[in-house]
Design a binder for this molecule. Structure first.
Ligand code: KG4
Ligand code: ZN
Length: 346
């Protein structure tokens, strides 16, 4: 079975073609995937401009689709389904994706699988490697699991017994951690996208500045990153006042911010781990592309309990969408049980 997957929830246009082979075990291969980032378009605005994201998706989707066909020599007649990420995401960007998918599905007379973007981040950890044309088995995960989903739009702690039903334990009450890293990077004068640039700068710095670890004293599993960002802004203003805002200090500031944000995530995850005693801890979403965070987590939890996606699948892409779409077709899981968020009516 071949599934085309399309991702347009934010600023990455992704298309992938996956093949699934169900024999004794479920196997799959990534036939091809295309990804176009919109960094250049948004960087001069310091963040994502939703309407420009929509325009870029609209422009890039047909280009990437043609590229995929050309590189694979695949006949679209042989596709079985078209999976697409219906949300949550930026509404104008979602509309561009949905329009492309609905037109293509009509033209090819194929069925559509709407995939929840957050679920795709969770299911991405079942993909062992992002390698083209290698037949792979689905990664086995010991359950129950808790899942820390950390992206540009979300920071959620989730509990699952079976990877079918998900219980939200807590979430951010304001900014997502990825968003806060992007904003901290901006305060330091780094270009969008801030997360990876902040990581690079922080690697050469020392976490010597004091910053809060928000909401760690509370019993619940909620987060808040808006106050941390404001505290960071005030700290940077103070540093500037004393004319100390040089390259070395910027590195230390970056390292201090990252440490505060990541320790907050880890403290909350540890609390959830101690309460629910899961067999696995899944950490997924764009922010887990960060190596410093991966290392910090490995120091606290044993390596065999931690489940990360392949680094290249941490951030948004079409592979995760096509892959997750399969589980709806297979009927291994019931779509309605998977909803962390309702289907957006767009
Ligand atoms: O999952 P994702 O691609 O999109 C959303 O669903 O939001 O996550 C994007 C977020 C951005 O905030 C970005 O700065 C962050 O993930 N990110 C990183 C790194 N790579 C991406 N944050 C920290 N370190 C990284 N290396
Ligand atoms: Zn995402």
């Amino acid at each position: 079975m071949k599934i085309l997957g399309i991702e347009t929830t934010c600023d990455e246009t992704g298309i992938a073609l996956l093949e699934f082979i169900k024999e004794k075990d479920l196997k799959f291969r990534i036939i091809n995937h295309q990804l176009r980032s919109q960094i250049k378009v948004h960087s001069k605005y310091g963040g994502i401009v939703p309407i420009l994201a929509a325009r870029e998706h609209k422009k890039n989707l047909p280009i990437l689709y043609e590229k995929l066909l050309k590189e694979t020599n695949e006949n679209p007649e042989n596709f079985d389904y078209i999976a697409f990420s219906y949300g949550p995401g930026l509404p104008p960007a979602l509309v561009s994706g949905k329009e492309f998918v609905f037109n293509l599905a009509k033209k090819l007379n194929k069925k559509i699988i709407p995939v929840n973007h957050l679920l795709a981040h969770i299911y991405s950890v079942l993909i062992p490697k992002n390698r083209l044309n290698i037949i792979q088995k689905i990664k086995n995960i010991n359950l129950p699991a808790i899942c820390l989903l950390i992206s540009g739009g979300h920071t959620i702690l989730i509990y699952t017994d079976d990877l079918k039903k998900f219980r939200k334990l807590g979430e951010t009450k304001d900014d997502a951690v990825g968003e806060s890293l992007d904003k901290a990077a901006r305060i330091l004068g780094l270009e969008y996208p801030g997360g990876p640039k902040l990581e690079k700068l922080a690697k050469k710095g020392r976490a010597i500045f004091n910053l809060p670890r928000p909401m760690i004293g509370r019993k619940d599993f909620n987060f808040s990153f808006a106050g941390l960002k404001t505290a960071f802004w005030e700290l940077v203003e103070e540093v500037k006042k004393y004319n100390k805002f040089d390259e070395e200090t910027k590195k230390d500031l970056a390292a201090s911010y990252q440490k505060a944000a990541f320790e907050t995530l880890i403290i909350k995850t540890k609390k959830a781990y101690e309460k629910y005693k899961p067999k696995s801890i899944i950490v997924t979403g764009g922010v887990i592309a960060n190596n410093t965070l991966r290392k910090m987590l490995i120091k606290i939890f044993s390596k065999d309990k931690l489940i990360f996606p392949d680094k290249t699948l941490s951030t948004d892409n079409g592979i995760n969408i096509a892959f997750t779409g399969y589980f709806f077709v297979d009927k291994a899981i019931e779509p309605e049980k998977l909803e962390i968020y309702p289907l957006l009516d767009i």
